[in-house]
Design a protein around this ligand. Structure first.
Ligand code: ASP
Length: 451
């Protein structure tokens, strides 16, 4: 019999590092070209490049990532549940993870609240700006109001329907993450309780699907440097730099909030809980950060997050398959921070005083509703509008901030997915998993530094 071909050849870690550097270059070059295009303004040549080169390249990247999300999460999570071996283990991991995610979301919300109260970005906004934004975004706001009503219905009492699918295929086709997680967990638990021989056959197939999906993500990431550049050109060329001036304090507060959470809260977690030098953490997380920044989508970044945690940090599949889908769905620190700042900013502009009870309600609302935020560009806006309405803040006020949301969305998605990376590392730490050993087993000879 001829020797079997080796099928497990993952690219050497050095190759991954080179791709990371290229992604960084793509991001910077894309931002510079985008800024130039923005200043250039509408022109047939510029528009042709944007429509016929940048748009298809960016779309190809985004769609390829979305393409693997459902098979990857479904197969990996089911196998992950089987590997955990019992409902007790799943409960323990889930409890730890949800506790970690809730704690970090709360910190993010408090940072947002504190900054808005101290800086008061809405204090000096002119009534003309309210009127002109209302006119510019009238139809967009009307559409968002409809979606907002649907989203609040799907939170309660509709959460049951959001989680338990009547038709699995339909929910999969909508990438409804809560449903997908539910089906994978139930299916995994069922496999654990049937005859082991039969269950193993299914697990083998699902493991192969999961590995093949991660392989595809690796191929997609080879294309990332060019795609990230294309996405950056498209995004930055459309930034409304002129509208930014009028809400500059609002933008400043949101960005300051992201930076505080990213560099202070997350750095503290990296150093004190995960015990890793910051440089090491951010260097290894870079593919995730760049993908999130350029796609503005936690869902689209999910395959990269899973792959990076496995390849760069040595996390076992039993952790990533569980922590990443859960994180991308319920852990939205950047989004929560943004929502608090935006709601309170709009309240300030409209002269609505939110007292202590209102502030507490806001915290609870954002904490609970962040579960329902879809990990797609602008996914939080309809939820934010329903939270505002619940507090007596006019949801139409969202028009004030829509024009600058693309930039802020990029930032909050980075914060969201970095939180997911931390969630996985935290779980590995508390479960006592030896990451270095996993890395060396995979042939990574570059030693991961720890403190
Ligand atoms: N774009 C964000 C994400 O995918 C969701 C949002 O806040 O709009 O994580």
């Amino acid at each position: 019999m001829p020797p079997m071909k080796k099928t497990q050849s993952s690219p050497p870690p050095q190759e991954d590092r080179r791709v990371s550097t290229r992604i960084f270059i793509g991001l910077v070059v894309g931002a510079v070209i985008g800024a130039f295009f923005n200043l250039w303004g509408p022109h047939p040549v510029r528009d042709w490049i944007l429509d016929n080169l940048c748009a298809p390249i960016g779309t190809a990247f985004l769609r390829s990532l979305f393409m693997v999300v459902v098979p990857l999460v479904l197969s990996s999570l089911t196998v992950g549940v089987c590997n955990l071996g019992s409902g007790q283990n799943i409960g323990r991991l889930g409890g730890r993870l949800i506790g970690f995610y809730m704690a970090t979301v709360l910190v993010a919300i408090f940072i947002g609240q504190a900054l808005v109260s101290i800086i008061q970005p809405g204090a000096g906004v002119s009534p003309e700006l309210i009127e002109s934004s209302r006119q510019s975004f009238e139809s967009q706001v009307a559409g968002l109001r409809e979606r907002s009503a649907m989203v609040s219905d799907s939170l309660w009492p509709g959460l049951v329907e959001t989680i338990i699918p009547r038709n699995i295929i339909f929910e999969f086709s909508e990438t409804n993450m809560l449903s997908i997680i539910f089906v994978a967990v139930i299916f995994g638990l069922a496999l654990l309780s049937i005859e082991p021989k039969k269950a193993l056959a299914v697990q083998d197939v699902l493991s192969a699907v999961s590995e093949a999906s991660i392989k595809i993500v690796g191929w997609i990431m080879l294309f990332a440097p060019i795609a990230v550049a294309a996405l950056m050109i498209t995004a930055v060329s459309q930034f409304g730099f002129e509208v930014m001036g009028s809400v500059i304090f609002y933008i400043g507060v949101v960005l300051l909030g992201y930076a505080t959470h990213f560099f202070v809260t997350y750095s503290a977690i990296v150093r004190l809980l995960i015990r890793m030098p910051l440089k090491e953490f951010y260097r290894r997380s870079w593919p995730v950060i760049a993908t999130a920044f350029s796609t503005s989508s936690s869902n689209a970044t999910m395959p990269t997050t899973m792959r990076t945690l496995e390849k760069e940090f040595g996390l076992p599949k039993s952790i990533t398959t569980f922590s990443v889908p859960l994180g991308a769905t319920i852990n939205m620190d950047g989004t929560a921070l943004f929502e608090v700042v935006a709601a309170l900013f709009i309240a300030q502009v409209f002269g609505i005083h939110i007292g202590l009870l209102g502030q507490v309600t806001l915290v609870v609302l954002i904490l609970v509703t962040s579960i329902g935020v879809a990990g797609v560009p602008g996914g939080s806006i309809p939820i934010l509008m329903s939270a505002m309405a619940a507090l007596g803040i006019p949801p139409e006020g969202i028009a004030l901030v829509l024009g600058v949301d693309r930039l802020l969305d990029m930032g909050r998605t980075v914060v969201n997915v970095t939180g997911d990376v931390l969630g996985g590392l935290y779980l590995a730490r508390v479960e006592g998993i030896d990451l270095e050993q996993h890395l060396s087993e995979r042939g990574d000879t570059t030693k991961m530094q720890r403190i």
